[in-house]
Design a protein around this ligand. Structure first.
Ligand code: ADP
Ligand code: MG
Length: 397
């Protein structure tokens, strides 16, 4: 809550913050591992946030404190380096380095971070932290980022409010935050997480085109989105994610394309002999998944919830059997969900190898669905899992 982050700031820095920003987490609704293949994704921003309270400093230093970590961090803007003892600060530092690279002029600051967004649960707390950092710097030292560089800084209104970010500015900030995670943190993520945190609209599903870098909007399906964490390892920074990226890139090369986005399923089938087994499987998943996003968009616009839910189930099967980024626990969660009569669709969401599932559940039976999932998951695994109901909210501000 904003009050919590303000209290943390006051406790740590001894005065009230001058600025407060918030960045939501995101849920990948459909389109698994399509973003870095320049494909399509359906995504929503959800009502779980990173809150960041800040005040300027005049000594060129940045002091950070987070309610999620015991040790605060202090560093100078003229010497930004990773600190193994506070790896979480790398997400903030990475953004500051990218701002410096784009010649944004900003001063030091104190910042407190508090979150209602679980870490490593597939809701992308990392992107929310990056986005919150970028927006806090914009408040402290207003700048305008465009696709080609820096524009004239925005003028605050008489009440000191900055004009809202344009869609183009949001996209430029998303690219900056992604570069921070890729280069400073060393996670080779696509752009889905950062775009979703920045570009969400209340009650709208984002249709993100990761090649054109455009976002379209469609009304959210008339059912409830429930996240079920598997409570098992989410190893995004690890080798598996990178391995899938490399397989997809190699498959695209073999098929004469720059990215799998421009490849068709019949091409993958026809050229099976030229691909290794893993390249074939990854290409089959990605190309099929992009086509599924297009079909699902159509179902969404037609208000065909049943069909939309079927695409979620199909997506899970494709991730499980072709991309092979599922786990026994994620498969179990999807199976349990399928057995519940009010569940319209379910699939693993995010990087995979642990993390969470997303479930589309009929309004009238949400409580019953959650109780069913908790009881059955605990019965099979011994793990006490609490499902999260997600409301679809607007982007960071
Ligand atoms: P995800 O983005 O799926 O939640 P990641 O592993 O990509 O998982 O990012 C989680 C990391 O982001 C944490 O380990 C931490 O370094 C950073 N982080 C997330 N939330 C916070 C927070 N409230 N305070 C400080 N760092 C955070
Ligand atoms: Mg992340």
């Amino acid at each position: 809550m904003p009050a919590d982050v303000q209290a943390l700031f006051k406790k740590h820095f001894g005065q009230a913050p001058t600025h407060l920003v918030q960045a939501p987490g995101r849920l990948e609704v459909l389109g698994n591992h399509t973003d870095y293949n320049h494909g399509l994704v359906l995504s929503v921003a959800v009502d779980k946030y990173i809150f960041l309270a800040a005040s300027p400093r005049t000594d060129g230093k940045v002091a950070l404190v987070s309610s999620a970590f015991a040790r605060p961090e202090l560093f100078s803007l003229s010497d930004i380096r990773p600190d193994p003892a506070a790896a979480w600060a790398n997400y903030v530092k990475g953004v500051l380095v990218q701002l410096q690279k784009r010649r944004v002029n900003f001063s030091g600051f104190n910042a407190a971070i508090h979150s209602t967004l679980p870490m490593g649960a597939g809701l992308s707390s990392s992107a929310a932290l990056e986005v919150a950092t970028a927006l806090a710097v914009r408040r402290l030292s207003p700048f305008t980022l465009t696709a080609t560089g820096l524009g004239p800084p925005p003028r605050p209104d008489p009440r000191g409010q900055l004009p809202p970010l344009t869609p183009a500015e949001r996209m430029a900030l998303a690219q900056l935050c992604r570069a921070a995670e890729n280069e400073f943190v060393g996670v080779p993520c696509g752009i889905l997480d950062q775009v979703s945190s920045l570009c969400g609209k209340p009650a709208q599903v984002m249709e993100i085109d990761c090649a054109a870098l455009t976002v379209g909007y469609a009304p959210v399906p008339g059912a409830v989105l429930v996240v079920c964490p598997s409570l098992t390892q989410h190893a995004l920074a690890g080798g598996e994610y990178k391995e899938l990226r490399e397989q997809c890139a190699a498959a695209a090369r073999q098929l004469g394309a720059k990215f799998l986005r421009t490849v068709e399923l019949k091409q993958v089938q026809a050229n099976k002999a030229r691909l290794t087994q893993r390249e074939f499987e990854c290409a089959h998943h990605v190309v099929g998944e992009i086509a599924r996003v297009v079909a699902a968009e159509r179902a969404l616009r037609a208000g065909d919830l049943e069909q939309f839910g079927q695409y979620l189930f199909q997506s899970h099967e494709s991730s499980r059997d072709f991309l092979r980024n599922s786990t026994p626990e994620l498969d179990l969660l999807v199976r349990l969900a399928r057995h519940h009569p009010a569940c319209l669709g379910a699939r693993l969401t995010g990087g995979g190898f642990g993390g969470a599932t997303i479930n589309l559940v009929q309004h009238h039976a949400v409580a019953g669905f959650m109780a069913h999932m908790m009881a059955q998951y605990e019965k099979s695994t011994g793990l006490k899992m609490t499902p999260l109901v997600c409301q679809v909210v607007g982007g960071a501000n």
